[in-house]
Design a protein around this ligand. Structure first.
Ligand code: NAG
Ligand code: CA
Length: 275
């Protein structure tokens, strides 16, 4: 350290004796002092060299007249200058490329229900349904007549003229209707009466349950008729029969005066509904 101090003093003395030296020398001195202070030498904060005259040398002294000494060592580089002022704003840049599309946002809330639309056009007709069960399975009807006079009495009247008997529920051999489908049936008969009285009954299972009587009048063709609704079970039989002897057997028929007997199922009754 003493060496450094010696060098400094030497420089100072040189500058003092040769005031013509440029101001660079003073800068070098300040730099040297700063460096010494930076290195923690407190003594330099208050310079011991109070007695030294550090005032600028007098240019008027004829320093140049002195014999030139040994050139001093080059000074230290000066401190960096202060930062310059900010430059002017540059020209506006060109428009950049379009950025990439952002991520898809969250779904919005459900909107209100809109107004009802107009009524649409009618649809096309549907396909034809599968073939159902034969209607005859649920059908029972007959309508029969007489093709000639029946003289037998106290036996079922055998009608032998058939208007309708597709299910053959009327048996033309026995002259009886035999129930196949349980249910409610309607029966009706329209008889021509000629030459004598007629008294007939409608039988159900060997029991006369309904009677019709017509008194014959001379030279007149009469009619006797009746109808009834019956609840029948499968196997029940219904027929017409003269109720009495030959004197009341006036049931008649020819080509232009029929005597008929008809019956049909009004509606079936489920066996589970029976009482
Ligand atoms: C049956 O009726 C017809 C009328 O259509 C009549 O001419 C005919 O003689 C009748 N039969 C009897 C037996 O009266
Ligand atoms: Ca009569």
């Amino acid at each position: 350290m003493s060496l450094l101090r010696t060098i400094i003093l030497g420089i100072i003395l040189t500058g003092h004796l040769c005031g013509g030296q440029d101001e660079l020398l003073e800068d070098s001195l300040e730099t040297a002092v700063d460096e010494v202070a930076t290195e923690g030498i407190e003594e330099l904060e208050e310079p011991e060299e109070e007695g030294l005259d550090l005032s600028p040398p007098d240019d008027r002294q004829p320093c140049a007249m002195w014999m030139g000494g040994v050139p001093g060592t080059p000074g230290h580089s000066g401190k960096p200058g202060r930062d310059g002022r900010d430059g002017r704003d540059g020209p506006r840049g060109e428009k950049g490329d379009q950025g990439e599309a952002g991520e898809k946002g969250d779904p919005g809330e459900k909107g209100d229900i809109g107004n009802a639309g107009p009524r649409g056009f009618p649809g096309n007709p549907g396909l034809k349904g599968a073939r159902g069960e034969s209607a005859s399975s649920y059908h029972s009807a007959f309508s029969v007549g007489l093709s000639e006079i029946v003289s037998a009495t106290n036996v079922p009247i055998r009608f032998n003229k058939f208007f309708y008997n597709d299910q053959h529920h009327y048996d033309d051999v026995s002259g009886k209707f035999r129930c196949v489908l349980p249910g409610v049936y309607f029966f009706t008969y329209h008889l021509t009466v000629y030459t004598k009285d007629a008294k007939v009954s409608l039988y159900k299972n060997d029991k006369a349950i309904m009677f019709t009587y017509d008194q014959y009048q001379e030279t007149n063709v009469d009619q006797a008729s009746g109808s009834v609704i019956l609840r029948l079970e499968a196997g029940d039989e219904v027929w017409l029969q003269v109720y009495g002897d030959e004197t009341v057997g006036g049931v008649y028929a020819d080509n232009t005066n029929d005597s008929t007997f008809s019956g049909f199922l009004l509606y079936p009754v489920n066996p589970a509904e029976r009482r």
